[in-house]
Design a protein around this ligand. Structure first.
Ligand SMILES: [Zn+2]
Length: 150
């Protein structure tokens, strides 16, 4: 499970402005040169188009990592869903002690091999999160909307 953080109007903005980043690839229905004519993914074209948000529009983060980040940033509400102004997020980023975000992986070893309970959060990953959040703040300020997560 993951949590998505971004400007509160993200989906509407992306749809209205058509600022999705589109990428195309051969559809999974194509087999030995034949295309499934009533494929729900490509409508028989053989080309699957996927849409993703540009950098700064959203940060998709694992629930456990969001709980850690939410707590370290001291954001309002809980880590599952909530919102704050971009000013609150900017201040939280400025005051962030990144050592509170980093944690070692939780791995248990037994006869069958390792079991990873969580992958931990490395310093580089923390920096990526912060870089994303800064970009989200800039977009939220530019559009005068809150930042929400769910
Ligand atoms: Zn298809």
């Amino acid at each position: 499970m993951t949590v998505n953080i971004g400007p509160a109007d993200s989906y509407t903005w992306l749809t209205e402005t058509n600022n999705w980043i589109k990428s195309q690839e051969e559809c999974m229905c194509v087999w030995e040169g034949k295309i499934e004519s009533n494929c729900v993914y490509c409508q028989g074209s053989g080309v699957y188009t996927s849409k993703t948000a540009p950098f700064g529009e959203c940060l998709n983060i694992a629930n456990g990592n969001m709980a850690t980040l939410h707590s370290a940033l001291g954001l309002p509400g809980d880590s599952w869903s909530g919102s704050c102004s971009p000013q609150v997020m900017a201040q939280a980023i400025l005051e962030l002690d990144t050592s509170l975000v980093c944690r070692v992986p939780s791995v248990e070893y037994n006869e069958e091999g390792p079991t990873v309970y969580n992958g931990g959060i490395h310093e580089e990953q923390t920096e990526r999160y912060v870089e994303h959040l800064r970009a989200i703040v800039i977009r939220a300020v530019a559009r005068d909307v809150d930042i929400s997560w769910a």
